[in-house]
Write a protein that binds this ligand. Structure first.
Ligand code: FAD
Length: 573
């Protein structure tokens, strides 16, 4: 006797679901545990695994049609069994009831004729690429082994900045008296800080899931492995496609230092969710991630030490700007040891002892209850079985051209697993380039206008060349500076330890680099990125009226300074 498969209830508020994809056709054999179809609601995408075995006798609800929870979706029985028609008619996506034979609707409304693309990885590279592909008319499947949003939303950009915001607020309230705002009993409730951070992450992850569903991207849970250049395997299921986008992201580098396995040594992922605030934290690596953690924990009252191998923290930043951030971090109490190499770790009763060699060959030791390793990230492609597809990679990093094409036709790669710059907005931009190219356009990725942002307090951001890099090109340059002590809005905010620095070509005045340390630097840098994108000159920035009072006025003033005519600086001798 045929068994009825009904629309499952996948949450308290669900009243109906849409069949976004059938994995089986009428007449196919069905085994228990096999994915029969994919259900989409406005909140989620769900793969329905069969609880019965037999033959799929009748599909009652075709692709892209909806039915109420409990409504009959299909009938499974024995081969040749005669079955009666469905209990209630399904509805098409515009709400109309359909009386068309299911198979016919299925072929008309499904992916027939559409380019089928599989995106591996649902981070800011993968999910943006998937949505753009769907907008361009592709039939898109996104495979994700953990949670959509990837590193960025779950354990990267978003949770760190949520913690930084709590730290910033605490730091400001400690200085409330400077603003005439008095507060007693001020303290940090670490559990509440964690709850807020987690809530921000959940809301954004849910939002991305909703967007994927709304764009009819089928999300498949599991780890993808290439079987060939035209098929991947996910949880025992083979998925074929016309094109693939690898957006597998990155993982922290774990150096081979003696004692590295000692308890208390963590990566950024664990450092986001310490059960309690550490008393002493040692950070290995004074790059962007290391300095953001240093700043946020020091602001919350943790005793923080940073050990960096290079002579300066934040190595890619303009040197002069890095010095300003270093001074601010030291004023906050962060102890920074540059030109120092970690040689080993030991477990001690209070946590970890870190052994360090300084540039003079002296051995230093630091005890702390936690050690954060932040010496960089590496492409995370080991699980993909790239060899089966013939995709070339060097030490895991996939080789791509400016079109984001790999060595294999119709396989693209984007984001941290291949990019020269490991940033979320770069991954997303590369995702859009790959999507356009897959769907027939011819676009190149342009890294010239990619801004870099550091969420210390104060923030730091830059785009284009540093002063040193501009000099090394051999061209004649001019440098304009404006310290924030001369900017009204910065004074209002009590944030005057910062500067805007603009680098321009001497002959043509073309803007080559913009560097900001100060409040809202990470938002203000967009003006610099646009200037570089439009190959703007100093005159064009100067003739753009900047609102008052804003920190943005400092950008105009620094540009005026290129011509020796800043209004709010004393005349140059
Ligand atoms: P990811 O976001 O890493 O996503 C890759 C996804 O692929 C993951 O979800 C993974 O589970 C999945 N995956 C991998 N292999 C498979 C497989 N075989 N099958 C199925 N799924 C797979 N960048 C910024 O721009 N601004 C910031 O402020 C910032 N802050 C950061 C803070 C921290 C602490 C960290 C660690 C990173 C930060 N970054 C920041 C970097 C940013 O998070 C990454 O550049 C960005 O997430 C890269 O995006 P992606 O899509 O390439 O990869």
């Amino acid at each position: 006797m045929a068994q009825s498969i009904t629309m499952p209830k996948l949450g308290l508020t669900m009243t109906e679901g849409t069949i976004s994809k059938w994995n089986k056709a009428e007449g196919d054999a069905v085994a228990v545990g096999e994915v029969l179809f994919v259900v989409s609601t406005d909140k989620l995408t769900y793969e329905y695994q069969s609880e019965v075995s037999g033959v799929l006798l009748k599909i009652e609800v075709p692709e892209n049609c909806s039915i109420a929870v409990g409504g009959e979706v299909a009938l499974v029985g024995e081969a040749g069994e005669v079955v009666s028609s469905r209990s209630a008619p399904p509805r098409t996506s515009d709400g109309k009831e359909t009386s068309v034979a299911p198979a016919a609707v299925s072929s008309a409304a499904s992916s027939a004729g559409k380019k089928k693309v599989v995106v591996i990885g649902g981070g800011p590279g993968g999910y943006v690429c998937a949505i753009r592909l769907a907008q361009l008319g592709a039939d898109v499947t996104l495979v994700e082994r953990e949670r959509v949003g990837g590193t960025c939303l779950n354990v990267g950009c978003i949770p760190t900045k949520a913690l930084v915001k709590s730290a910033e607020l605490y730091g400001e309230m400690k200085h409330g008296a400077d603003f005439g705002v008095l507060c007693s009993g001020l303290r940090v409730d670490w559990a509440a800080v964690q709850n807020r951070k987690n809530a921000v992450v959940e809301q954004l992850v849910d939002g991305v899931s909703g967007l994927l569903t709304a764009n009819k991207v089928a999300v498949v849970s599991g780890e993808a492995h290439f079987l060939s250049s035209s098929a991947v395997e996910v949880s025992g299921r083979t998925i074929q496609a016309d094109a693939f986008v690898i957006a597998a992201g990155s993982a922290p580098v774990i150096p081979a230092i003696p004692g590295i396995e000692s308890e208390g040594i963590v990566t950024s992922t664990e450092a986001l969710s310490f059960a309690k605030l550490p008393e002493k934290l040692l950070i290995v690596g004074g790059g962007v991630i290391g300095m953001e953690f240093a700043c946020l924990y020091a602001t919350l009252g943790v005793d923080v030490t940073v050990v960096e191998m290079m002579p300066a923290i934040l190595p890619p930043a303009d040197e002069e700007m890095g010095v300003i951030v270093r001074k601010r971090m030291e004023a906050l109490g962060v102890k920074i040891h540059t030109s120092c190499k970690v040689t080993g770790f030991d477990s001690i009763s209070s946590g970890v002892m870190t052994h360090v060699l300084d540039s003079l060959g002296r051995e230093l030791q630091f005890s702390s209850d936690k050690v954060l390793l932040s010496i960089g990230r590496r492409a995370d492609t080991a699980a993909l079985n790239l060899d089966a597809a013939g995709v070339k990679a060097e030490r895991g990093r996939i080789a791509v051209n400016k079109k984001m094409e790999t060595s294999v036709r119709n396989i693209y790669a984007i984001g941290d697993c291949c990019s020269p710059i490991m940033l979320a907005h770069v991954a997303s931009a590369e995702g859009e380039v790959a999507a356009e190219n897959i769907m027939g356009a011819s676009c190149d990725m342009d890294y010239k206008t990619v801004p870099s942002c550091v969420y210390t307090l104060p923030e730091m951001a830059w785009v284009g060349m540093t002063e040193k890099a501009a000099v090394e090109t051999g061209r004649k340059i001019k440098v304009g500076r404006f310290p924030l002590i001369g900017n009204g809005k910065s004074l209002i905010m009590n944030e005057t330890d910062g500067m805007v620095k603009i680098i321009a070509d001497e002959k043509y005045g073309e803007i080559l680099g913009v560097h900001i340390v100060g409040p809202h630097a990470t938002d203000l840098i967009v003006e610099g990125a646009l200037a570089l994108r439009l190959e703007a000159t100093a005159d064009e920035i100067i003739s753009t009226v900047h609102a008052h009072p804003t920190v943005g006025e400092a950008l105009a003033e620094a540009t005026l300074d290129l011509q020796g005519r800043a209004i709010h600086l004393p005349p140059q001798a």
